[in-house]
Design a protein around this ligand. Structure first.
Ligand code: NAG
Ligand code: NAG
Ligand code: NAG
Ligand code: NAG
Ligand code: NAG
Ligand code: NAG
Ligand code: NAG
Ligand code: NAG
Length: 898
C-alpha cells in the first residue's frame, strides 16, 4: 500500500530476494500505518437531478454543505471537484468521528473514499552528465526508438504535431534548451499549473501558483524529455513525440509525497485544459481498481482521453501487487523493458597486453592517474575476501587500485576494510557470472566481471606490474545488456485482485538517458516504469497525430498497442517460456505497427478469470483494413504459467515469479480464413486451463493467439487463473514474519497481549492491532464484541483484547445474511479494497491500527466493560453477507476502563 510515488529507480541495485527474515516486534511503532490520511475523505455527490430535496438554483456542492450544516457537522472543504459527467464532489476534512457518521447519512452522497497518500520513493541515484563536451555521453541514445519502431515513424515525419500531452509530476524545467527554453503558448511547454508549490510535502497545505517550473526534484523533467526532448542536443537524443505540446501539472513539492485529492484535481484540470493524453509516472501498490484517482483516471479514459500510468516497480514483491492509479480499468498501465544495451565505461590495462576492462558505471570514474593494481588476496577462490580487518602486512592502499573478490559479506564492509588501509578506489570482481550495479555507499567502487578480476589478480600475484587507467573521454562502451529486451525485473506483477489485466503493455524503461533540470545537470540516466510510461504517452501522440483526435481513436489506442505488441521471452535461454502476461502485459509496443497495421483485432484482452467465475468461451474479430484480401492463420502461443504463491504456504512467491511451461489448451474456430478488404471475421476461442498444477500455487496462466498473414502479425492476449480466488487465504496467521503468531494486539510495552488486559486510553495506554495480509481483501472489518461471545474464529486465537482511535473509514451498515448474525457491540473500523502487505518491513510489510481513542467508528464512546476485538477479512470474490466467506480472528479480552 505504501510504495514509492515515483517509479524511477537506479537500474543497478542488487536485490536479494530471499524469504523474509524475522522482523523484531520491537521495531513495530505503536501507531497506525495505514496508507490513508486520517479524517480526510473524498466525497462524490449525486448529480442534482437525482436529489429530490434540493432547492432551486442550489448546486450539488451547496446542497452537500447545507445538508452537513443542518446535521451540525464541522467540516472544512479542502478541494472541490466539479466536472459534470466525470466527477462532482469535494475533499473534506472532518472534525470528529461523529461528523463522519453524519456525512455517511447525508442525502446526495454517492461515494466516500479515503484519501490515500503516496510516499516519495527512496532517493533515486541519478547519473548526471556534466556539460556540453561531457565525454561520458552514453553512446546509445536512440536504441529505445529502434526497439519500438519510433525511429521509422520519425523518418516518415510523424512526430506528434498538434497533440497535447499533460504530464502530472514534479513539474518541468522548461528553461532547458531541449525542452523549448521557455513557458507558455508558442513554446513546447504551452501551459499547466503548479497545484502544490515548492514547499508542499504531502502533509501541509498546498500553495498553488501558475508556474509549474521544477528545478529541485527533476523527475518530471526526465519524463518530459522522454516525450519531448528536441533533437540537436549534444547527447543525440530526442523525445518520442517531440513536436507535441506539453502541459505541466506539478503535484509534488521539492520533497515529500502527494495525496489522492491532489491527483484527482490535476486529472480534472488536465481534462479541462483539453489535453489529448495525460501521463502519470507515479502510484502506490494497491491491488484494486477502486481508489479515487484510479476511478477518475478510468472515467477520463472511457470518455476519450488516453491515460498512461506506471505499472509500478514492485516486481520483487511478486504477483497480485498492482499499483494505483495504474489500476484504473480503462487506463494503459505500463510495464518496463530493459534497454538492449547498457552504456558502461572501459578502463585501460597497462603493464600487460590485454583488452580494455568494462566496469559497471555509466560515467567514468573521476580518476585521472594510472593506478597500480593491488589484490587483497592472491587467491581468486577465497570466499570472504576482505570481509575482515585487513592484516598489518597489507601496505598503504591510497595510491592503488584495490581488487576484491565478491562474496561473504556486504560490499560496504569490504570497502570499509580497504578504506582503513587508505584505499580510495576499488573494483570488486564477481564470484560467478554476475555483472550489475552494486550498492557501495559513498565509496568509489563498482563491479567488474569475474574473468577480468581473475586475470588482474593472477598478473599481480605473478609480480607483473599491472595498472589501470580510467579514460575521461572515449571510454564509453555499449555493453550488450544480458537482460536487454526482457521485462525489467522491477516491473510490478498483476493481475489486480478483481482480475483486471495489469499491466497492459511494456515500453523501454531501463537505462534511459533524458533531460534533467538545468541546475541538476541537464541530462541523466534513470530507470523505472516511470520512464516507460511517458514513452507510451509519446507513442499515443504519434498515433493520434496520424489517426486523428477522435474519441474512437483514443478509446481504441490500448487495443491497438496490445494487438501489435511484440511478445517478450522470460529469458534469453532457448526453451524458456515467454514471460507471464501478468508482468509483460501484451508485450513491448511497436508503435510503427500500431499505426500502420492493416489488421485490426478487437478486443485485445481475453480475461478468463478464476475457475469459479471462468469465462472459457471468448470471441474476437479480425478486420482487414488493407486493400487486398488476406489469408489469416491463427495459432496458440502460450506464455509461462506463473506460480504466484509458494506451494504449501500462504505467501506470494517473490519476484522473479517462477514460471512453468504447463499451458492452457485452446480450440480456435476458424483457424484459417480469408478476409476481403474492409471485411471482418469473428473468431471463437475456447480455453481449458492447464492441468496437473498444484492449485495452492494459484497458477496464473496466460498467452496469445497469434493472427498471422505473411509478415503481418498481430495477437490477442489471454489471462486466467487455474484456481479459485476464494480459496486464497487472506490473513497471515503464521509466526513467519515476526517470530510471533499474528494477528495480535500490542500492549503499551509493544508486546503481544497474551491474556486479559485493561486499557485506560490515557497517554500510551492504548491497544494497537497488528496484522499482515497475505492477499488483498475487498473488506476488512474490525468490530468490538462481547468478551463472552460464542464465536469460533477461523484463525488462531490467543485469549483477549480492546480498542479506541482516529477514524479511517465508514463501516457499512449491516450487510445482512449470516454476517449480520454475528452479534457485535459496535464497529471500530472498516477498510475497503485493501492491498496485501509485502515482504519489506520498511515498506508495506505489515499493518498497525492504534486505537488511540475509546470510541466506536461513529464517534460514540465505548462504555467501560470487557470486550474482544473481532477482525474479519472477506476473501476475494466472497459474498459480503456470508460469514463463512470471511476469515476471522478474535483477540484476548480487552478491558475498557476510561
Ligand atoms: C517555503 O519555505 C521556506 C522555508 O520555510 C520559506 O522561506 C519560503 O518563503 C516558503 N516559500 C513559499 C512559497 O511559501
Ligand atoms: C570495451 O571493452 C570491451 C571488452 O574488452 C571491448 O569488447 C569493447 O570493444 C570496448 N569498447 C570500446 C568502445 O573500446
Ligand atoms: C557470491 O557471493 C554472494 C554474496 O556473498 C553469495 O551469495 C554467492 O553464493 C556467491 N557465489 C558463489 C558462486 O560463490
Ligand atoms: C601476493 O602476490 C604478491 C606479488 O607476488 C606478493 O608480493 C604478496 O606477498 C602476495 N600476497 C600474499 C598474501 O601472499
Ligand atoms: C472476475 O470475476 C469476479 C467475480 O465474479 C468479478 O468480480 C471480476 O470483476 C471479474 N474480473 C473481470 C476483469 O471481469
Ligand atoms: C480490568 O478491570 C476490571 C474492572 O476494573 C477488573 O475487574 C479486572 O480485574 C481488570 N483486569 C485486568 C486484567 O487487570
Ligand atoms: C454508534 O455505534 C454504537 C455501536 O454500534 C451504537 O451503540 C451507537 O448508537 C452509535 N451512535 C450513533 C450516534 O449512531
Ligand atoms: C470506568 O472505569 C474506571 C476504572 O475502573 C473508573 O474510574 C471510571 O469512573 C469508569 N467510568 C464510568 C463511566 O463508569
Amino acid at each position: 500500500m505504501k510504495t514509492a510515488m515515483f517509479f524511477a529507480l537506479l537500474p543497478t541495485l542488487l536485490c536479494a530476494s530471499s524469504a523474509f527474515a524475522v522482523v523484531p516486534l520491537s521495531s513495530v511503532k505503536r501507531e497506525s500505518n495505514l496508507p490513508t490520511v486520517s479524517n480526510k475523505f473524498i466525497v462524490e455527490v449525486d448529480t442534482l437531478a437525482d436529489i429530490p430535496t434540493k432547492r432551486s438554483l442550489e448546486t450539488s456542492h451547496e446542497f452537500l454543505y447545507r445538508s452537513l450544516r443542518e446535521r451540525a457537522v464541522v467540516f472544512e472543504v479542502d478541494k472541490e471537484f466539479n466536472s459534470a459527467g466525470l466527477f462532482v464532489g469535494a475533499a473534506l476534512t472532518l472534525n470528529s468521528a461523529n461528523d463522519a457518521a453524519a456525512l455517511q447519512n447525508t442525502p446526495g452522497v454517492k461515494a466516500i473514499r479515503p484519501v490515500r497518500k503516496f510516499d516519495r520513493p527512496k532517493p533515486v541515484l541519478t547519473h548526471v552528465v556534466s556539460g556540453v563536451n561531457d565525454p561520458a555521453l552514453p553512446p546509445d541514445s536512440e536504441s529505445t526508438h529502434i526497439m519500438t519502431g519510433v525511429d521509422k515513424l520519425h523518418a516518415q515525419g510523424i512526430k506528434g504535431k498538434g497533440i497535447k500531452i499533460g504530464i502530472l509530476d514534479t513539474g518541468i524545467d522548461y528553461t532547458h534548451p531541449s525542452l523549448g527554453g521557455a513557458f507558455g503558448p508558442g513554446h513546447k511547454v504551452i501551459g499547466g499549473f503548479d497545484l502544490v508549490g515548492d514547499n508542499y510535502t504531502g502533509s501541509n497545505t498546498p500553495v498553488p501558483d501558475a508556474d509549474p517550473l521544477d528545478q529541485c526534484a527533476g523527475h518530471g523533467t526526465h519524463v518530459a524529455g522522454i516525450i519531448g526532448a528536441d533533437p540537436g542536443n549534444d547527447f543525440g537524443i530526442s523525445g518520442v513525440s517531440y513536436e507535441a505540446s506539453i502541459n505541466a501539472y506539478r503535484i509534488f513539492g521539492c520533497t515529500g509525497f502527494v495525496t489522492d485529492d491532489v491527483i484527482v484535481e490535476a486529472l480534472l484540470l488536465g481534462n479541462k485544459d483539453g489535453n489529448d493524453i495525460m501521463t502519470l509516472s507515479l502510484g502506490g501498490a494497491d491491488g484494486w481498481t477502486e481508489s479515487s484517482s484510479s476511478v477518475v483516471a478510468s472515467r477520463l479514459a472511457a470518455a476519450g482521453k488516453i491515460l498512461t500510468i506506471a505499472a509500478g516497480n514492485d516486481g520483487a514483491s511478486g504477483s497480485w501487487y498492482t499499483s494505483s492509479p495504474g489500476n484504473g480499468i480503462d487506463v494503459i498501465s505500463v510495464a518496463s523493458v530493459d534497454n538492449t544495451v547498457i552504456p558502461l565505461q572501459n578502463a585501460t590495462v597497462h603493464g600487460v597486453q590485454h583488452d580494455p576492462i568494462t566496469y559497471f558505471a555509466t560515467f567514468p570514474f573521476p580518476v585521472t592517474t594510472e593506478l597500480p593494481v593491488f589484490a587483497t588476496s592472491n587467491d581468486t577462490t577465497v570466499a570472504d575476501d576482505a570481509c575482515n580487518v585487513l592484516p598489518p602486512s597489507i601496505p598503504d592502499l591510497s595510491n592503488k587500485l584495490v581488487l576484491i573478490r565478491r562474496g561473504g559479506c556486504t560490499f560496504v564492509q569490504k570497502l570499509t576494510n580497504a578504506a582503513a588501509k587508505g584505499a580510495k578506489v576499488a573494483l570488486i570482481y564477481d564470484n560467478g557470472s554476475g555483472f550489475a550495479g552494486i550498492s557501495v555507499g559513498d565509496f568509489l567502487a563498482t563491479l567488474i566481471q569475474a574473468a577480468d578480476g581473475e586475470f588482474l589478480v593472477q598478473q599481480f600475484a605473478a609480480g607483473v606490474p599491472v595498472s589501470l587507467s580510467f579514460p575521461q573521454t572515449g571510454g564509453s562502451t555499449n555493453f550488450p545488456d544480458p537482460e536487454g529486451g526482457l521485462v525489467s525485473s522491477f516491473t510490478s506483477y498483476g493481475p489486480s485482485n478483481d482480475f483486471f489485466f495489469k499491466p497492459a503493455v511494456a515500453a523501454p524503461g531501463g537505462n534511459i538517458l533524458s533531460t534533467l533540470p538545468v541546475p541538476l545537470g541537464s541530462f541523466g540516466v534513470l530507470s523505472g516504469t516511470s520512464m516507460a510510461t511517458p514513452f507510451v504517452a509519446g507513442s499515443s501522440a504519434l498515433l493520434l497525430s496520424v489517426k486523428g483526435k477522435s474519441v474512437a481513436v483514443a478509446r481504441g489506442a490500448r487495443t491497438l498497442f496490445e494487438t501489435t505488441a511484440q511478445r517478450i521471452p522470460s529469458s534469453h535461454t532457448d526453451g524458456d517460456p515467454l514471460q507471464t502476461v501478468t508482468q509483460q502485459g501484451a508485450g513491448l509496443i511497436n508503435v510503427f505497427d500500431a499505426i500502420h497495421t492493416t489488421t485490426i483485432v478487437s478486443p485485445g484482452e481475453l480475461i478468463l478469470n478464476d475457475t469459479a467465475h471462468a469465462r472459457p468461451l471468448q470471441t474476437f474479430t479480425v478486420k482487414n483494413t488493407g486493400s487486398t484480401a488476406k489469408k489469416y492463420t491463427l495459432t496458440h502461443v502460450p506464455a509461462g504459467t506463473a506460480l504466484t504463491v509458494d506451494a504449501g504456504t500462504i505467501f506470494p512467491a517473490l519476484g522473479p515469479v517462477p514460471l512453468v511451461a504447463t499451458a492452457a489448451s485452446v480450440s480456435i474456430v476458424p483457424k484459417t480464413f480469408t478476409v476481403r478488404p474492409g471485411q471482418s471475421q469473428a473468431v471463437v476461442a475456447v480455453f481449458s486451463p492447464p492441468k496437473g498444477l498444484d492449485k495452492t500455487t494459484f497458477p496464473t496462466y496466460s498467452g496469445f493467439i497469434q493472427i498471422e498473414s505473411g509478415a503481418d502479425k498481430t495477437h490477442v492476449t489471454y489471462l486466467g487463473l487455474a484456481a479459485s480466488l476464494k480459496d486464497k487465504q487472506v490473513v497471515d496467521n503464521t509466526d513467519e514474519f515476526f517470530g510471533e503468531v499474528i494477528p495480535a494486539i500490542l500492549d503499551p510495552a509493544g508486546d503481544v497481549q497474551a491474556g486479559p488486559a485493561n486499557y485506560t486510553f490515557v497517554g500510551e495506554d492504548v491497544p494497537t492491532l497488528l496484522f499482515r495480509l497475505a492477499f488483498g481483501t475487498p473488506t476488512l472489518r474490525v468490530d468490538l464484541v462481547d468478551a463472552s461471545i460464542k464465536f469460533t474464529p477461523t484463525l488462531n486465537s490467543r485469549d483477549l483484547e480492546s480498542r479506541g482511535f482516529p477514524f479511517f473509514s465508514f463501516p457499512h451498515p449491516n450487510k445482512g445474511g449470516s454476517f449480520a448474525q454475528v452479534k457485535i457491540v459496535g464497529s471500530l473500523t472498516e477498510l475497503d479494497f485493501i492491498s496485501r502487505n509485502n515482504e519489506d518491513p520498511d515498506d508495506n510489510g505489515f499493518t498497525t491500527i492504534a486505537f488511540s481513542e475509546p470510541t466506536f467508528a461513529n464517534g460514540t464512546t465505548i462504555a467501560n466493560g470487557s470486550y474482544r476485538v473481532l477482525l474479519r477479512a472477506l476473501r476475494v470474490t466472497g459474498n459480503p453477507t456470508r460469514e463463512e466467506d470471511y476469515e476471522s480472528w478474535l483477540s484476548p479480552i480487552v478491558g475498557v476502563t476510561v
